[in-house]
Write a protein that binds this ligand. Structure first.
Ligand code: HEC
Length: 145
């Protein structure tokens, strides 16, 4: 009996090319989910890093430690433009006398968002609303040394 040598025949357990290289949909889905989760977590972590203050619930008043930090921050960062004694420089004076009658909401907004078209930058990445509120209240009373 001649040997059966038909080329199209194959034994049922020999996989075809297509079967060998067929991507496993469950594996692809699983990998996709892992990648998406990874990026989501990475983005959240980054956001928390950039906005440490926003990541937590905002307390009404900053802690004593934070108030101390804010005092130094204002003296250094804001003093750069507003003058070391906050009596004005490139930026307008921020003394209690200079702020009499000004709306504290507007002053807070200036601190958080800056003043478009002026050198005054927004401080959102560094300060949250309760920080800005505390700074404005402190400025209006006369800023602590
Ligand atoms: C790069 C310079 C610069 C820095 C730094 C800066 N400011 Fe200013 N700021 C200005 C200028 C300029 C103005 C005036 C804008 C205008 O003419 O409306 C201003 C305006 C303000 C006003 C509004 C004053 C008003 O009378 O309406 C407040 C409040 C203020 N700055 C607070 C701050 C605080 C708080 C910081 C630090 C966290 C700060 N600024 C840092 C330049 C600066």
């Amino acid at each position: 009996m001649p040997r059966h040598s038909c080329r199209n025949c194959r034994t049922p357990d020999t996989p075809t090319q297509a079967e060998v290289f067929k991507p496993n949909p469950m594996l692809a889905l699983g990998l996709g989910l892992v990648v998406i989760t990874f990026f989501a977590v990475a983005m959240l972590a980054l956001t928390a890093l950039v906005h440490p203050a926003q990541a937590a619930d905002l307390p009404a008043t900053p802690s004593a430690e934070r108030q101390h930090e804010l005092t130094r921050f204002v003296r250094q960062e804001c003093g750069f433009c507003h003058g070391i004694h906050l009596t004005g420089g490139l930026g307008s004076p921020l003394t209690a006398e200079a702020l009499v009658g000004k709306s504290s909401d507007a002053l807070e907004a200036s601190i958080l968002y800056g003043r478009t078209g002026t050198a005054m930058p927004g401080w959102m990445p560094h300060l949250n609303e309760s920080d800005a509120n505390w700074i404005v209240t402190a400025l209006m009373k006369g800023f602590p040394e």
